[in-house]
Design a protein around this ligand. Structure first.
Ligand SMILES: *[C@@H]1O[C@H](CO)[C@@H](O)[C@H](O)[C@H]1NC(C)=O
Ligand SMILES: *[C@@H]1O[C@H](CO)[C@@H](O)[C@H](O)[C@H]1NC(C)=O
Ligand SMILES: *[C@@H]1O[C@H](CO)[C@@H](O)[C@H](O)[C@H]1NC(C)=O
Ligand SMILES: *[C@@H]1O[C@H](CO)[C@@H](O)[C@H](O)[C@H]1NC(C)=O
Ligand SMILES: *[C@@H]1O[C@H](CO)[C@@H](O)[C@H](O)[C@H]1NC(C)=O
Ligand SMILES: *[C@@H]1O[C@H](CO)[C@@H](O)[C@H](O)[C@H]1NC(C)=O
Ligand SMILES: *[C@@H]1O[C@H](CO)[C@@H](O)[C@H](O)[C@H]1NC(C)=O
Ligand SMILES: *[C@@H]1O[C@H](CO)[C@@H](O)[C@H](O)[C@H]1NC(C)=O
Ligand SMILES: *[C@@H]1O[C@H](CO)[C@@H](O)[C@H](O)[C@H]1NC(C)=O
Ligand SMILES: *[C@@H]1O[C@H](CO)[C@@H](O)[C@H](O)[C@H]1NC(C)=O
Ligand SMILES: CC(=O)N[C@H]1CO[C@H](CO)[C@@H](O)[C@@H]1O
Ligand SMILES: [Ca+2]
Ligand SMILES: [Ca+2]
Length: 577
């Protein structure tokens, strides 16, 4: 069946003045598979739960808290890397793709975790980090001294001499993207730290090795992969010695979103699909991390002929909105995704991860509920970074306590703006020592002092209006037909107020209203023609005075600063007959 998403450009100016615009028509995409409308909960394993009191989160800790995911209402979880690693880049420097890092436990702990998760009905997705290995990986050791078969596992190039690399391209963590190895009298390429040499995917052996890694974990029973740093898999270099002036755009063109890179993602998708064909079982999901422009992003989903990722993370709410951006600016970011995304794919919404300042900090604590509602009620997949369900803010970390190489390799004065440690501090379970994260005297990153007033246990108490209770309700709402299949109508009602409806024939219409600004605002919902006059509050942000069941006026509706509301209206035809 051909899926039809209709971008309806309203034909007359008159209409566009009185009606909100339908920008998404989801009613033709069947919800016939688990991954399509799931919520994916990202666990940062080092900071989730420590089971053995060494101050570092681990697999047994995660297993012991899987019930939290079930209680929250999520059905799938993806983990930042748990593989063997010297830990230079929070585990994104892997020295053995087929083993668990001892700080997290053992392979049998992982098998136990997977078993428990599956018994609880949760899908588990692992991070797949194909772009680079640790310099401690056996392949790199063998490649360094040109051991037969491994010579071209990495991106090696001659420099001008031992002090002047092949070109002047730079790494993301500062300095040259090249490091010299005297044994080979050659340079290796690394976009991230010097301890993360890049694999050479132009070698068929490397391509096969990495497919075998996928199969290894599929055989263990994992439900899919999230591919790290996807745009950078392949690169094209200028001829050695063409130094010229450094040009950031030139480097970007040489390393990002190459056709070979899209093709590699399509090949990985085929590995997963073939695996299910041969072995049965549920669909194995592939999701890609690609911080790139919106046009290129879509090619990670597929190219019209061949499928790639089931979905590729939509980071534009992170990169293109701020606490100051206006409602119409934010709406244009949402619309752009639908304008570029081919209709047969499923949209997805992300506000945070282990690389970005937490939503509560970036957008303001008062706006936490509004943003959780936004991500959960837009059409498609929702992603939650652990802690967002309780509105965790960034933690407090000093330069001395810092662990993130991105900041540690750079001047101290940049620590506050560049360290990713703040969004990685341990999860706040309860009010006990270390927020219930660990019994250790000190934890790998300090626990934020904010846990005393903000933790899961406090927010779970009966009768408390909390971010967590709102999140749980949102997870339930995500099972409603209207939220799964309904059209999206979205409109700015004031400078910092936006609203959208989700509408589905014969079903209740839901309306989401959000004043992200610092002043109250009085708005009208009359442009949403599908709303009847019977609009009742379903959920409201914790500081809102509105209660479930309250009737909302369609005109002259006053929203307090930061107030966010989800309401529903019976279909017009049912009211009038
Ligand atoms: C949405 O798509 C369905 C199925 O293709 C179609 O019947 C319906 O008219 C469309 N609705 C709108 C509002 O475009
Ligand atoms: C190359 O390095 C590997 C790993 O360190 C080592 O086992 C091997 O003996 C070395 N080979 C040569 C020829 O030096
Ligand atoms: C390496 O080459 C650069 C550029 O030609 C030159 O400036 C430098 O002196 C050379 N260094 C050595 C050690 O030969
Ligand atoms: C899509 O990708 C496949 C595999 O890389 C390639 O063979 C095909 O030509 C591409 N199709 C288009 C329309 O670009
Ligand atoms: C969109 O991205 C594709 C893949 O990177 C590229 O081939 C194409 O030129 C881009 N189109 C535009 C208009 O930028
Ligand atoms: C928002 O605006 C305020 C006041 O103009 C300014 O201090 C702040 O830096 C801005 N924040 C962002 C994220 O742009
Ligand atoms: C995000 O912002 C950049 C820079 O302003 C702009 O070029 C791009 O189109 C925006 N993308 C989306 C999806 O809004
Ligand atoms: C924690 O600190 C106390 C007091 O300094 C010490 O007695 C105890 O052995 C420490 N425990 C651990 C697990 O390090
Ligand atoms: C609500 O939507 C679902 C899914 O499209 C549909 O099956 C159902 O018939 C609708 N309910 C009514 C009362 O029309
Ligand atoms: C509201 O105030 C906060 C704190 O001063 C500021 O960061 C934010 O940008 C303001 N929001 C708007 C929309 O101006
Ligand atoms: C969001 C994310 O996963 N970022 C990771 C991208 O890849 C680099 C290198 O592997 C990591 O440092 C980031 O944490
Ligand atoms: Ca531990
Ligand atoms: Ca690469």
């Amino acid at each position: 069946m051909i899926a039809l998403k209709t971008v309806i450009l309203l034909t007359t100016l008159f209409q566009s003045l009185i009606e909100a615009e339908i920008i998404y028509n989801g009613s033709s995409i069947p919800n016939d598979d688990w991954w399509k409308y799931a919520t994916y909960y990202q666990i940062y394993p080092r900071s989730f739960k420590d089971s053995d009191g060494d101050g570092v989160g681990d697999l047994k800790g995660i297993t012991s808290q899987l019930q939290h995911l079930v209680d929250a209402g999520v059905t799938a979880s993806w983990f930042s890397p748990i593989f063997k690693s010297p830990g230079i880049d929070g585990g994104y420097d892997i020295s053995d793709f087929r083993d668990i890092d001892p700080s997290y436990g053992t392979m049998s702990d992982f098998e136990q975790l997977l078993d428990t998760a599956h018994q609880l009905g949760l899908k588990i997705i692992l991070d797949f980090v194909p772009n680079h290995t640790s310099d401690q990986h056996a392949w790199f050791q063998l490649s360094k001294n040109r051991t037969a078969g491994y010579e071209d596992y990495y991106v090696w190039m001659d420099g001008l001499n031992s002090t002047t690399p092949p070109n002047n391209w730079r790494g993301f963590v500062g300095g040259s993207a090249w490091d010299y190895v005297p044994e080979r009298d050659q340079y290796y390429y690394h976009l991230f730290t010097a301890q993360q040499p890049e694999l050479n995917f132009r070698s068929p052996r490397v391509v096969q090795e990495m497919k075998d890694v996928l199969i290894f974990w599929l055989d263990k029973g994992v439900d899919g992969f999230r591919v790290d740093a996807t745009p950078y898999i392949f690169e094209n270099f200028p001829p050695p010695g063409s130094q010229g002036d450094y040009n950031v755009d030139e480097q970007r063109r040489g390393i990002q979103d190459l056709p070979e890179t899209f093709d590699m993602v399509y090949q990985w998708r085929a590995v997963l699909d073939d695996y299910t064909k041969q072995n049965g079982g549920d669909t194995k999901v592939l999701m890609t991390e690609a911080f790139t422009n919106v046009n290129a992003t879509m090619f990670y989903y597929g190219n019209g002929t061949v499928d790639g990722a089931h979905f590729t993370f939509n980071f534009f709410l992170i990169t293109n909105t701020t606490s100051n951006s206006t409602a119409s600016q934010d709406i244009s970011v949402i619309k752009r995704w639908f304008q570029f995304m081919p209709s047969r794919y499923i949209a997805n919404w992300v506000l945070g991860n282990h690389d970005r300042s937490r939503v509560a900090t970036r957008q303001g604590v008062e706006n936490v509920d509004g943003y959780n509602m936004l991500v959960c009620l837009l059409p498609g997949i929702a992603d939650t970074y652990n802690g967002e369900e309780i509105g965790m803010e960034n933690g407090e970390v000093t330069w001395e306590q810092g662990q993130d190489p991105t900041a540690c390799n750079r001047p101290r004065e940049n620590f506050l703006t560049q360290s990713r440690d703040f969004e990685r501090t341990p999860f706040h379970w309860d009010s006990s020592v270390n927020a219930g994260f660990s019994t250790a005297n000190s934890t790998w990153l300090p626990v934020s002092a904010k846990y005393i007033t903000n933790n899961l246990e406090l927010q779970s108490r009966d009768g408390v209006k909390s971010h967590y209770h709102i999140y749980q309700s949102l997870m339930k709402l995500r099972q409603e037909n209207t939220i799964i299949f309904g059209n999206l109508n979205i409109e700015a009602l004031d400078t910092y107020v936006f609203a959208f409806t989700r509408e589905l024939a014969g079903n209740d219409t839901y309306v989401f209203l959000f004043n992200k600004g610092n002043y109250s605002s009085t708005v009208s919902l009359s442009s949403f023609t599908s709303l009847s006059n019977d609009i009742r509050v379903v959920l409201s942000s914790i500081d809102s005075f509105r209660n479930e069941g309250d009737l909302l006026p369609k005109r002259r509706l006053r929203l307090d600063a930061h107030e966010a509301i989800v309401a529903k209206s019976r279909p017009n035809n049912l009211i009038h007959c």
